[in-house]
Design a protein around this ligand. Structure first.
Ligand code: PEP
Ligand code: MG
Length: 312
């Protein structure tokens, strides 16, 4: 009967698509958390905290210099908590601060930012936190508060890591500040070719996951400034050299039992995602608007792979 069939169609249309690949979402601002969660994403594969700080319009150094650290901690705590509350029980990978000096320069306190000839190759990401340890400690203060409140689904991801010793040093600092590093999810962004090439050493150093930051990995592999219009048409995400690095790192992560993901813009491109899944990636994090499309891509790709396997 027609009335029996009708609801079945509706239910089928509304049913969530299940995929073996974890399809996560990228978030930058707490205001976007609800919209990100409504996509049904399996977690947050990249939470960019520097956007929260840029919104405060004061550099971390300004808070430190004016003895207003607690305000900084509170702002960051509030922002991250909104995102965690939108994803209960799902992994949320919070990226530690990654702001180049030129992005901080226009903020209050920005006069202390050094003038760099090439900020993208300069003082940003984990290299900055390892030197500006007070800035790093304040972030860790926030993470510790959240962990102590039961947000054990929160993991940390270090940006712009180029050598395993940076990961080891960051982990030692966390331990020194009282973090139970052996029971905390810690990972790296693979966005410098050296970290893709040295992925085995990172695995040996104890990373729990690796995530491709293709926006930077492409620019550093091809020497193409991602913000330079003159060379924009040479910024080629599917360049064989980029794919080679990714393929190598995925293979080593699989071998080492380490979760491998992507959080760069290429993770929102269905064609790229199909290739990544076929290559063995187990997680993908895309822009909020792309999650549904990427989920469908993952489902379709997995189904084709199963069919191929069954036929063989
Ligand atoms: C990347 O480099 O791909 C990335 C996700 O980081 P960001 O774009 O913030 O540099
Ligand atoms: Mg990056």
């Amino acid at each position: 009967p027609v009335q029996d069939e009708a609801p079945a169609v509706v239910v089928a249309a509304a049913a969530p698509i299940i995929t073996a690949t974890s399809v996560k979402v990228n978030v930058s601002l707490p205001e976007a958390a609800a919209r990100a969660a409504a996509t049904g994403a399996d977690g947050v594969g990249l939470l960019r905290i520097e956007h929260m700080i840029l919104g405060l319009n004061k550099t971390p150094g300004w808070y430190i210099r004016n003895n207003r650290e607690e305000e900084f901690v509170k702002e960051l705590y509030d922002g991250i908590k909104v995102v965690l509350d939108a994803f209960p029980g799902k992994p949320v990978w919070v990226r530690t601060l990654d702001a180049p000096t030129d992005e901080f320069r226009n903020m209050e306190g920005g006069e202390d930012e050094p003038e760099e000839h090439n900020p993208m190759l300069g003082w940003r990401g984990i290299r900055r936190d390892l030197q500006q340890t007070e800035q790093f400690r304040l972030q860790v203060e926030v993470f510790k508060r959240l962990w102590s409140e039961g947000y054990s689904n929160m993991g940390l991801m270090f940006p712009l890591v180029g050598h395993p010793k940076e990961f080891i040093q960051a982990k030692q600092m966390l331990a020194g500040w009282g973090v139970d590093v052996e029971n905390t999810t810690l990972g790296i962004m693979v966005e410098i070719p050296s970290s893709a090439l040295m992925i085995d050493e990172f695995i040996a150093a104890g990373i729990n996951f690796a995530s491709f930051g293709t926006n930077d990995l492409i620019q550093y592999t091809l020497a193409i400034d991602r913000n330079n219009q003159n060379v924009a048409d040479m910024y080629f995400p599917k360049h064989p050299a980029v794919l080679k690095l990714i393929e190598y790192a995925i293979g080593r992560c699989r071998e080492g039992g380490v979760e491998c993901s992507i959080c760069g813009q290429a993770g929102s491109d269905p064609e790229m995602v199909e290739w990544l899944i076929r290559t063995g990636i187990t997680s993908v994090s895309s822009n909020i608007d792309a999650v549904q499309k990427i989920r469908e891509t993952a489902a379709r790709t997995e189904q084709r792979m199963l069919l191929d396997m069954a036929r063989r």
